[in-house]
Design a protein around this ligand. Sequence first.
Ligand SMILES: [Zn+2]
Ligand SMILES: [Zn+2]
Length: 195
Amino acid sequence: MRSVALLIGIVAGMAQAPASTPKPTIALAVIGDTPRDVIADLTPILRETFGAEIVMAPPVALPASSWNASRRQYLSTKLLDALESAKRPEWERLLGIADVDLYVPDLNFVFGEADSRRGVGVFSLARLRAGADEALFKRRAATEAIHELGHTYGLSHCDKPTCVMWFSNTLAESDHKGTKFCPEHARELAENRGQ
Ligand SMILES: [Zn+2]
Ligand SMILES: [Zn+2]
């Protein structure tokens, strides 16, 4: 199946695209009380990384059902459900940005979560401020945004610690990996997006 998809991708890539072909659109939505200026901060790097139009989606309410009172955290999978409901068909992807501590059942916390089938992802700013000045905070947000969007396009974790698809357990690992895809993941991303 992979080789057929690749072949189609190559054939599609050879066709001359009409000048009016619109760029794919990635929508960004703040969730709950997330400061909205994060969207303006992320727009240029996401536009460049994904070659997409970046638009601001209407804010999404933090689902009450996501709160776990005993853990004092929010279940990120419930946020993905809310994003799926908010997603419009004309958006290739919808990325939600939360500012609360997220978890999935088997982990102490997660920086984010994504679902390639539904085309939605989420990450949180809540753990990104520790020890960071404004510039580092913005870079961390960009790193998490690109990582989760990578998952929405079907990319898995990478074994190269400098690739943005490296799985970070800590902020130190996030800061080390940065915002760029390794060559293999850049290629896979383009293939999966039919480019
Ligand atoms: Zn990941
Ligand atoms: Zn990689």
